[in-house]
Design a protein around this ligand. Structure first.
Ligand SMILES: [Zn+2]
Length: 416
């Protein structure tokens, strides 16, 4: 029998809307029954024994993460790592974001779609995963593994390795179907070059308008939204015109691109954490990557600020792909850094929390679950923190400040 449980909180931050002082939260099994002021608690829940916490808010969403079992930023190494080894390496990598208060992730290029069932069954501890499987790339694009013979890469693709190269309307349509076959809940497409790939330029559009439209159309027929990796303006414009829901990174947004984002209701997942993470380790990057990083870093910061100022809907993603280096601030478990970066881009702490919670599921379009809010009928995913993140958002950046975590109504972390 599923039991009904209650907690009381000095402050309840619902994810969307104003914080509630002296709040209460009631849930049965995996679903919230009541979240609101303690004084309005329905009679039937008043006699439940309640635990008491300082601040309670929804579990957070990292809307841009990768689980590849990668030990370094090297696509070739990721592609040829055996899938069993990659899966085993992902076990602690899945656990770390959950323990930092991230109860859901949107995984946009990696083994997430495959790993989701291991998490759902309770075999592996981790956030609920909404995965894309591959990031679909054109030949010679951002998600191609340039140093590998193409036939070798397609053999790996056919065996479920999450790298898919496609060309032409037909090829792009089939590429979407290949991801659905792996359990994709979101489709990811590379609409411009990027920083981490060697031979591509972040300013260049990738895929033709027709190809991008084919990806979006096929995704839409299966109720999937499309996330577009793009930095430069031509890629952003093409992705938006094709109907992609989210712009990932968006390093060179200007008023014109933002007008189109607002008109289309597109969202920005800026991923500042990876830019800061790479800047901190720039001497270890290849000269080509370093040059591209320096090309996008300042523009990205200005672009993020402009998007916030103009009212683009923001969801948070970190682009985490590896474990943190000793003393580093980037890597699995450091995901809460992104809230701090969001406030540096101009969001208030309350807005940053909304971007990390209520806005997360919106990046999945029709696949969005009822999650990210403390609200009746929503997933019972929530966290407790010792002090008020509205006074100091950086407390969410340190996982040790997240003292309690409930996922699907069950306690997965309790430090007291
Ligand atoms: Zn990424």
């Amino acid at each position: 029998m599923t039991t009904t449980q209650r907690l009381d909180a000095d402050l309840l931050i619902p994810g969307k809307g104003d914080p509630i002082e002296k709040g209460a939260l009631v849930w049965t099994g995996k679903t919230i029954n009541y979240a609101g002021p303690h004084k309005d608690l329905p009679m039937e829940y008043r006699k439940l024994k309640a635990s008491r916490h300082a601040v309670v808010m929804p579990g957070m969403w990292d809307c841009h993460i990768h689980f590849l079992g990668a030990e370094k930023l090297d696509m070739m190494a990721a592609a040829i790592t055996s899938q069993a080894l990659a899966g085993a390496r992902c076990v602690p990598d899945l656990q770390a974001p959950l323990m930092a208060g991230f109860t859901s992730v949107r995984e946009v290029g990696g083994y997430g779609a495959q790993l989701a069932s291991a998490v759902d069954s309770g075999k592996v501890l981790g956030p609920t995963i909404y995965g894309s499987h591959s990031a679909i790339s054109m030949t010679a694009g951002h998600g191609d593994v340039h140093s590998m013979p193409l036939d070798g890469l397609s053999a790996l693709t056919a065996h479920g390795v999450p790298f898919t190269v496609a060309d032409g309307v037909e090829g792009c349509t089939r590429a979407v179907r290949l991801q659905l076959r792996q359990g994709a809940r979101i489709i990811k497409v590379c609409a411009s070059g990027g920083v981490a790939s060697e031979k591509v330029n972040p300013d260049h559009q990738q895929f033709s308008n027709e190809e991008l439209k084919a990806v979006v159309d096929e995704a839409r027929r299966s109720g999937r939204a499309v996330a577009a990796h793009c930095h430069g303006k031509p890629g952003v414009m093409a992705a938006l015109q094709a109907g992609c829901l989210t712009i990932e990174h968006g390093s060179f947004l200007d008023d014109e691109t933002i007008d189109v984002m607002l008109e289309k209701g597109a969202m920005l997942v800026a991923t500042r954490a990876i830019i800061e993470g790479l800047l901190a380790m720039k001497e270890h990057l290849t000269p080509v990557m370093r040059e591209k990083l320096l090309h996008v870093a300042d523009a990205h910061s200005a672009s993020y600020k402009l998007a916030v100022q103009r009212g683009v809907k923001i969801a948070l993603g970190t682009d985490t792909f590896s474990s943190p280096k000793a003393g580093g601030t980037f890597g699995y478990g450091k995901n809460g850094q992104e809230l701090l970066f969001a406030t540096l881009a101009g969001l208030s702490p309350l807005e940053a929390i909304e971007a990390a919670t209520a806005n997360g599921p919106l990046t999945l379009g029709p696949q969005a679950p009822l999650s990210g809010q403390l609200r009746k009928g929503y997933d019972a995913d929530f966290i407790a923190v010792e002090s008020n993140p509205l006074d100091d958002i950086s407390i969410l950046a340190d996982s040790s400040n997240v003292t309690h975590i409930w996922k699907g109504g069950s306690s997965v972390k309790s430090s007291s």
